[in-house]
Design a protein. Structure first.
Length: 189
């Protein structure tokens, strides 16, 4: 990421933090585009909470054909909305359970201490059930060749096939049909 873009986003966050008691920020975008890396960078700059949409993928038992045909339906957006977004409105410490994709089950609990800045990163973070909560929405894009290279490097060939054949087409459908890029405040390429 260019230093000028990073500084621009940090300034935007600082300006919003001055004006708001709490700031909810979405970092959505294409697989392997840098969403997690950027949220990690932000967590090193700010005292904030970071939530990962990967912790809220839909368990197998709820993956009906009807649900998977729904745009953005492979994430448990209602559980995220109830367990995280609604609770972020308050000032009380709360817990939520994470979903382990490999085990296909809910596993450990995470404890959340309220903070002024809350970052939600991952594909589907701007799902229609969630988008109105955000004060700042950032979208990350990546070209196909770099995306393939990063996924292969990070996940290996077998997982790349799943990304290519299943997950990326679902993500692209979500981005296109719900106009996610147009609903973003900033687009980072």
């Amino acid at each position: 990421m260019k230093e000028s873009i990073k500084r621009y986003i940090l300034k935007e966050i600082d300006d919003l933090l001055e004006k708001n008691d709490k700031l909810l920020m979405a970092i959505d975008g294409m697989s392997a585009s840098g969403k997690s890396s950027f949220s990690k960078l932000l967590s090193e700059e700010y005292d904030c909470n970071v939530f990962h949409m990967d912790d809220f993928f839909l368990p197998s038992k709820f993956k009906t054909q009807q649900r998977l045909e729904e745009v953005g339906g492979n994430v448990d957006y209602m559980r995220f909305k109830e367990d995280v977004m609604e609770r972020l409105k308050g000032d009380k410490t709360f817990n939520y359970q994470i979903f382990d994709c490999k085990m296909q089950t809910l596993t450990e609990y995470r404890t959340v201490v309220p903070k002024k800045l809350n970052i939600i990163e991952g594909v589907y973070s701007m799902h229609p059930e969630l988008i109105d909560y955000y004060d700042l929405k950032v979208f990350f894009e990546i070209d196909d060749d770099t995306q393939k290279e990063r996924i292969l490097d990070r996940n290996g060939n077998e997982m790349y096939k799943k990304f290519r054949d299943i997950w990326i087409p679902l993500e692209n459908k979500y981005f296109k049909e719900l106009n996610i890029i147009k609903k973003s405040d900033n687009i980072i390429d």
